[in-house]
Structures are given as C-alpha cells and as structure tokens.
Design a protein around this ligand. Structure first.
Ligand code: NAD
Length: 367
C-alpha cells in the first residue's frame, strides 16, 4: 500500500532543505521502488502567516492521517514578539502532544572525514555511532509543579521564616518506562544489540522503578546486552570514551542533557537527524538544528541532517531499512569525496551550496 508522508518545511532554511528531501524521495520512488506519496502543509511561522496559527487545523488533520512526517525547522526573529501560544515552537510541541510521540531517537554519528570538527581528539570520536532514546512525554517536564511561599522552611540547620519554594516532580509509571524500554530494545536489535539504561537509581525512587522495569522488559530481549549507568557517570563517559556506547535509553530530562552532549561531540549540528515515534510506529522526523535565520534564503544551508532524517523515516516508519542504508552510504560517499557545505568546511576548503549537496547525494545513490 502506498504510504503517505507529510512534508512540513516550516521557516528559515526549512523550505530550502525540504526541496532537497523531496528531490531525494522522488528519485527513491522513481528508481528504487519506494511506494510512497507526499504532500505539504504549513507549520510554525509559516502556519501563522497563512492561517493565523502555528499549527493550523488542516496541518494537524494531515499529520494525523500521515504514516510519517518530515519537519524541517520552525522559528525566526520575525515571530519572537508573538504571544506564547502563537509562537512557532507551539506548532511543534502541539504536534508532538497530539500524536503522542513519546520516544525521541537522537543519533550522534561522526564521519571520519569530519573528525576534526569535534572538540575531542579524533581518535576518541572518529567513527562514533551512538543513539540516544529519550522518553519525551513524561518525567519532570510534565510532573506536578508549584511555586509557593512556605513558613519555617528548613534547610539543614537553617529555618527560613518565610521562603519562596519551587517544586517540580519527577514521576514515571511502569507503563511509561516499559514502552520506552521496548522502543530502545527494538532499536538496539536493529543496531549493535547493546543497550545502556541511564538513571539515578542510587538516589531517586523514579529511577529505581525505571531500572526494575527495564530489567523486567530485558527478559523479552535475550539477544540484547543490557547494562546500567548512573547519569553523572554517563555524562563523564560520553566525553571520556563515547565509542563504548551503542544505544542509550533514559528519561526525559537526562536525555535532554545527554543528547546535547552527544550532539556536540560530533561538532556539526547540520549533520544530525532525529525521530520522535508513537505507539503505532508513526513518527515525526526532523533535523536536530533549528531554522538558521542567519543563513536563510542564501542557498548555503547543509541539507544532510534533513536527508539523514529521510533515512530514519524510511527505516523506522516505512520499514525500508534497505533504502535508509543507501542514503547513509551516499552521504558517506559525498563526504569521502570531499564535498562540504560552509558549516562543515575547514578554513580555505572549497564549499558547495544546498542544492549541489542534495544533487551529490542523489547521484551517489547509484542505480
Ligand atoms: P539553529 O540551529 O537554527 O542555528 C545555530 C547555528 O547553526 C547558526 O549559526 C546556523 O546558521 C547554523 N546552522 C543550523 N543549521 C544549519 C544547517 N543545516 N546548515 C548550516 N548551518 C546551520 O539554532 P538557533 O540559532 O538557536 O535558533 C534559530 C531559530 O530556530 C530560533 O527561532 C529557534 O527557536 C529555532 N529552533 C527551531 C528548532 C526546531 O524547529 N526543531 C530547533 C532549535 C531552534
């Protein structure tokens, strides 16, 4: 059955890199047996400009009926003064909530040709290929919160007569941990079959439950090697020896922090895709970078994170891992051939534009 993809170009460099994604999809459909069709809708600032809302109802309807969504980026200075509910990122957050996208997959890959871009020495990061599976709809970002004034508030031996106190709650149910753990084990099965669960089980109750449930779920995946690591150690190990990891699964807040560390290890935000999935395998795929308003409209944006997001879409939602492999191999080929957009070029190195990079990837796909 023909699968439906919704393209959401959004703002800034979004439309430019979406053109390259569409070019790639067209070639995969015409020459590589991809059975998919696609349409476009407006989101973010573009949604506000067209329909007065960052997530217009027509866009939400189209997203609900799509098998997968490819979103470029939203936001820009033009929209910074809008009220909170009309700001571009509300479109993105609204879509995540409406589709129940609870698992966030963020790979950090460092191609050997770009190893110089990392702040770590090349021998520690060259050929890095790890994936962080972050729980996206639970934990402290969604738990009960309050800011109150309390009397006689105790801090060790101090008693504060009148203190302003703010509380956020880290809460996880076994249901939420089990479903993200299953996503992580399934994902590890598609890769190196090693899963590291990161928590703070020596201190937090929510982490102790997390660890227990992950151990229970592991019984269904005897082919995947499970380990556990405390989050402070994980942060250190990511910088000390990131290549020891294959897949990491962790809570919303820990994943937020660790995935930014991992992304930074690669030194090139224009290279990193991401995916957010729900229970039905429906997913939203997007580059990890933003709308880069500083270079929008110049034809110089790096389209590779977007093209690698297409690869993730094919692998995880359309179950065409074979085509995903082809895209990833094509990206490796163009980098090995020395082609660089401005963000990944070394000083003095020749640079090509967005369209030329997209064309090169399509050409490198082969027959
Ligand atoms: P950004 O990622 O847009 O840009 C940071 C820097 O990286 C800029 O110098 C930019 O030119 C460069 N860059 C980013 N992507 C690039 C690419 N593909 N090719 C070449 N260079 C690239 O982050 P920012 O500047 O903090 O945010 C700009 C806007 O994007 C803001 O409005 C922000 O809210 C929004 N944003 C959106 C998303 C999203 O849509 N998921 C994520 C982050 C930021």
């Amino acid at each position: 059955m023909t699968q439906k993809i919704l393209l959401l170009p959004g703002d800034g460099i979004g439309p430019e890199i979406t053109v390259e994604a569409e070019k790639l999809l067209t070639v995969l459909r015409d020459r590589h047996g991809l059975d998919a069709s696609w349409s476009r809708a407006y989101i973010g600032g573009a949604g506000y400009d067209r329909a007065g809302h960052p997530l217009p109802p027509a866009t939400l309807d189209a997203a609900k009926s799509a098998d997968a969504i490819l979103l470029a980026a939203v936001g820009g200075p033009k929209y910074d003064t809008l009220p909170k509910d009309l700001r571009p990122e509300r479109g993105l957050l609204g879509l995540r909530a409406a589709l129940g996208l609870y698992s966030n997959l963020r790979p950090a890959i460092l191609y050997p040709e770009l190893a110089d871009a990392s702040s770590l020495k090349p021998e520690f990061v060259s050929n890095l290929d790890l994936l962080i599976v972050r729980e996206l709809t639970g934990g402290i970002y969604f738990g009960k919160r309050e800011t109150v004034v309390e009397t006689d508030y105790k801090v060790g031996s101090h008693v504060i007569p009148k203190a302003r106190v703010a509380r956020d709650t880290e809460a996880y149910s076994d249901f939420e941990v089990e479903r993200i753990a299953r996503t992580a084990f399934e994902t590890a099965r598609l890769r190196g079959k090693r899963l590291c669960s990161v928590d703070k089980a020596n201190v937090l109750d929510a982490s102790q439950l997390w660890r227990q449930v992950v151990i229970e779920v592991a019984k269904d995946y005897p082919d995947v090697e499970l380990s556990h690591m405390l989050v402070d150690n994980a942060a250190m190990q990511l910088v000390r020896g990131p290549k020891q990891f294959d897949v990491i699964v962790t809570s919303n807040m820990f994943g937020d922090i660790l995935s930014d560390i991992a992304a930074q290890l690669t030194g090139s935000i224009g290279m990193l895709p991401s995916a957010s999935l729900n229970e039905r395998g429906q997913g939203m795929y997007e580059p990890s970078h933003g709308s880069a308003p500083d270079i929008a409209g110049q034809g110089v944006a790096n389209p590779l994170a977007m093209l690698l997001s297409v690869a993730m879409l094919l692998r995880y939602s359309l179950k065409r891992g074979d085509l995903a492999d082809k895209i990833e191999a094509a990206v490796r080929k163009v980098l090995a051939a020395g082609l660089r957009t401005g963000d990944i070029a070394k000083p003095g190195e020749a640079r090509i534009g967005t369209a030329a990079m997209g064309d090169a990837v399509v050409a490198a796909l082969g027959a």
